[in-house]
Write a protein that binds this ligand. Structure first.
Ligand SMILES: Nc1ncnc2c1ncn2[C@@H]1O[C@H](COP(=O)(O)OP(=O)(O)OP(=O)(O)O)[C@@H](O)[C@H]1O
Ligand SMILES: [Mg+2]
Length: 247
């Protein structure tokens, strides 16, 4: 059984079909990368997974249980399914350390000392201990992202969702983010990452999911998407045409 199973998931906004029957699985310890053009439904899919958006129909199973049942404790679900937002969403009036301890105290009910220890452990794991007392405004984009990741990891989630982890960063940061993802993967952190950054995808995944117009169009290796995929639109997205022109 996969950790997350998404079955025929639909989401409509008015008449617009943002998700039109998504089927997808995320295995434990996997780093799953979902790519696709702007507006194809990537953020909506992530938001359905931790119920920031309520799907119109279909099902999401987490460890075999539906996350959409009325009985599900959404707060608990969000502790198990962590989310790192595109703009990191840190509290501006709190230091890095306080941003990480807040959830530990409020959601997990840890004592002041316990939450500080856990937060320091997570910040240290992300090489952010020297910056623990800085406010978000005093941190670089990459450092803010690390605080946001530390905050998510501090809840000991079963999986962490990332929405466009490189879009708010300098392009030169891509390699650093890729190294971080690869390190977290070696530490057995299960991750689902949506991005349209092909450079990042190449550095963290052999195989990717291609989403278009709210459906999974393909799931295969990037090399296959580039050169052999039957649909020209898939080849184009993965730069197949550019490569043809440059050779
Ligand atoms: N709250 C909303 N109300 C109405 N329409 C929405 C809402 N959220 C998303 N949409 C629409 O659903 C579609 C999918 O949006 P989504 O944000 O999931 O795309 P995306 O793949 O994340 O795009 P991007 O790469 O630009 O971030 C878009 O057409 C968008 O306009
Ligand atoms: Mg998006």
């Amino acid at each position: 059984m996969a950790l997350i199973e998404i079955r025929n998931l639909h989401k409509t906004f008015g008449t617009h079909h943002a998700l039109a029957g998504i089927n997808l699985e995320v295995e434990e310890f996997d780093l799953k990368v979902v790519m696709g053009p702007s507006g194809c439904g990537k953020s909506t899919l992530l938001r359905c997974l931790n119920r920031l958006v309520e799907p119109t129909s279909g099902d999401i199973r987490f460890r075999g249980e539906s996350t959409l049942a009325a009985s599900v404790d959404v707060r608990k679900l969000r502790q198990s399914i962590g989310f790192v937002f595109q703009q990191f969403a840190l509290y501006r009036h709190l230091t890095a350390l306080e941003n990480v301890t807040l959830g530990l105290r409020k959601l997990r009910g840890l004592s002041k000392a316990e939450s500080r220890d856990k937060a320091l452990f997570e910040l240290n794991r992300l090489d952010m201990a020297p910056h623990k007392d800085k406010y978000p405004a005093q941190l670089s984009g990459g450092q803010k992202q690390r605080v946001a990741i530390a905050r998510a990891l501090a809840m000991d989630p079963a999986v962490v969702l990332f929405d466009e982890p490189t879009s708010a960063l300098d392009p030169l940061m891509v390699r650093e983010v890729a190294e971080l993802f690869n390190r977290l993967r070696r530490e057995n952190v299960t991750m689902l990452c949506v991005t349209h950054d092909l450079t990042l995808a190449r550095q963290i995944a052999d195989s990717v999911v291609f989403l278009d117009e709210g459906v999974v169009k393909a799931e295969s290796s990037i090399a296959h998407m580039v050169s052999e995929h039957a649909e020209v639109q898939v080849r184009n997205f993965f730069g197949g045409d550019d490569m043809a022109q440059s050779t």
